[in-house]
Design a protein around this ligand. Structure first.
Ligand code: NOJ
Length: 559
């Protein structure tokens, strides 16, 4: 396996709106980020992925871009951004920017032109179709509820929007559009950035003819995902993007790819194919969803989680590379979802961090994960800001008459705003995030859970994460060792090994609040074993039976 800097790195995601506000307007901004770079440097992260900071009307918090070459006023200016890059590089940290090119904002100049007339030079930058029998061109449902098509009176046609109606899909079939995107990518790379996280990049190629989705239940709209995920030209487009742009820079890429399975992920990340370095796949974050999708809650089985991770670890062992994440700005907080955010919050957050950082792949930390931030429960739907959540609530409660209490429960478990409450810096008002009124309320637990306290406490989750990151620098086995699972059928503990040359790691994790024990395989008995990290203080020898306290994690290095 080829050595690469991005395999050896730990990446930290910043959601700028919620990270740090410097000017009291209640919205996080770039100077705010700069003021906290030392905190991130001390944590030890190598790379920062910055969620979009481009000009945007904020229908989807910056994932709807109206100018790809300008900074959003709320966040600061281009010179603030340039200073951010410099300050990061001065500290030896790299910056990857979000590339959102499946769609733009409807306020982008291209779309403003495109909708003017059928023969406008920008018409084909987007996907326009006439209606069918007085209805939408097909039955696809938007990811954010309702039809994926919006009627536009001016030309009596519909445009496609897989996300909100203010996020029209760009037409990648058009070579001129592709060239515009490549030029824009060069604009940022020439400024010195170190790579891109590519938003839903496997949506950019759609199946010819945009056929109706199967709809056996006769619902108003149906998921067309199989016609727009991993479409027929996706590999061509990614390879072209490399030839035209990425090959000329030392950039890293991670493609967000819902619906990508291991076989196709191998194609995307095979180094010889030159597409992307790694992808964000969704299998493990879909395991607690029922057939109706993310809001259809169902309990997670540890064996399902193990099967999924094992499949990906083994599937990309020789060819390709994994990204490793348990939360981001679209997912609920990891400790609330997979751990225990009450009694064992600290133990379970450390256990989950151990789980992820000891796997083979590049780990991503989402802001606040390193201090164990938790999900939030706002009483009223009016306190929620996320367009996905709000559209879903309107559809289910106001249109379909579902029980609001039940819908709120699903928001508490799965809503994206769980991840978007302001970063909790200290115990002062609004968690020290802003001196004004935050755009979304801070989680009321900020007095107990905040960065100041975490930095001061050597036993905190934060210091544990520092150690996890440091270990990756010290032990090549953590980066390059191969993964194997032990006890795949066990519903309570997750045990795996990593193997590199003559060394092994044994990673033992208790996913429950009860004590557990297991038999260590005979081939590991009597070997010299050193504990690399553990979330309980009592160091224990590697004996033939190991017992694990609630949410205990322990990693042995065996030579
Ligand atoms: C994925 C992003 O992570 C999410 O936040 C956004 O809403 C959609 N793509 C649309 O850009």
């Amino acid at each position: 396996m080829k050595k690469q800097w991005w395999k050896e790195s730990v990446i930290y995601q910043i959601y700028p709106r919620s990270f740090m506000d410097s000017n009291g307007d209640g919205i996080g901004d770039i100077p705010g980020i700069i003021s906290r770079l030392d905190y991130l440097k001390d944590l030890g992260v190598d790379v920062i992925w910055l969620s979009p900071v481009y000009k945007s009307p904020n229908d989807d918090n910056g994932y709807d871009i109206s100018d790809y070459r300008e900074i959003m006023d709320d966040f600061g200016t281009m010179s603030d951004w340039e200073l951010l890059l410099k300050e990061m590089h001065d500290r030896g940290m790299k910056l990857i920017m979000d590339l959102v090119v499946n769609h733009s904002s409807d306020e982008h100049q291209w779309f403003v032109e495109s909708r003017k007339s059928k023969d406008n030079p920008y018409r084909d930058y987007y996907i326009w179709r006439p209606g069918k029998d007085g209805k939408e061109p097909n039955n696809w449902e938007s990811v954010f509820s309702g039809s994926a098509w919006q009627y536009d009176e001016t030309t009596d046609e519909y445009y496609l929007h897989i996300f909100s109606k203010k996020q029209p899909d760009l037409n990648w079939e058009n070579p001129k559009l592709r060239q515009e995107i490549y030029d824009m990518m060069k604009f940022w790379l020439d400024k010195g950035i170190d790579g891109f996280r590519m938003d839903v990049i496997n949506f950019i190629s759609k199946v010819d003819g945009l056929p109706d989705a199967p709809n056996p239940e006769g619902k108003p709209y149906a998921s067309g995902s199989k016609f727009f995920m991993n479409g027929p030209k996706i590999h061509d487009y990614l390879q072209e993007m490399n030839r035209e742009v990425l090959d000329h820079y030392q950039a890293m890429t991670v493609g967000e790819m819902p619906g990508a399975r291991v076989d196709i992920a191998k194609l995307y990340t095979d180094e010889d194919r030159n597409e992307v370095n790694m992808i964000f796949q969704f299998e493990h974050v879909d395991l607690d969803s029922g057939p109706e999708g993310k809001w259809d809650l169902r309990p997670l089985k540890l064996t399902d989680l193990k099967n999924s991770f094992t499949k990906w670890q083994k599937g990309l062992e020789e060819i390709g590379w994994n990204s490793l994440y348990l939360n981001n700005h679209d997912q609920p907080r990891m400790v609330s979802r997979f751990g225990d955010d009450k009694k064992y919050r600290v133990e379970s957050a450390k256990m989950l961090g151990t789980f992820l950082h000891m796997l083979k792949g590049t780990p991503y930390i989402y802001q606040g994960e390193e201090i164990g931030m938790t999900n939030v429960r706002f009483e009223s739907i009016d306190d929620y800001k996320d367009i996905e959540t709000l559209n879903m609530y309107i559809e289910k409660v106001h249109q379909n008459g579902e029980d609001p209490a039940k819908v709120m429960e699903s928001i508490y478990v799965k809503g994206r705003d769980n991840a978007r409450t302001p970063f909790q810096w200290d115990e002062t008002e609004h968690g020290g995030f802003t001196s004004g009124k935050p755009w979304i309320q801070v989680n009321p637990n900020y007095k107990d859970i905040n960065a100041k306290q975490a930095v001061e406490d050597p036993q905190s989750i934060y210091h544990y994460y520092r150690r996890l990151i440091q270990l990756r620098k010290e032990y090549p086995i953590i980066v390059y060792g191969n993964y194997d699972i032990l006890l795949p059928e066990d519903e309570n503990i997750y045990v795996y090994t990593r193997t590199f040359e003559s060394q092994k790691l044994l990673v033992a994790l208790n996913f429950t609040a009860e004590e557990q024990s297991f038999d260590v395989p005979a081939e590991l008995h009597g070997k010299e074993a050193q504990i690399l990290i553990s979330n309980y203080e009592t160091a224990k020898e590697l004996t033939s039976t190991l017992s694990l306290k609630p949410y205990e994690a322990v990693v042995y290095h065996i030579q």
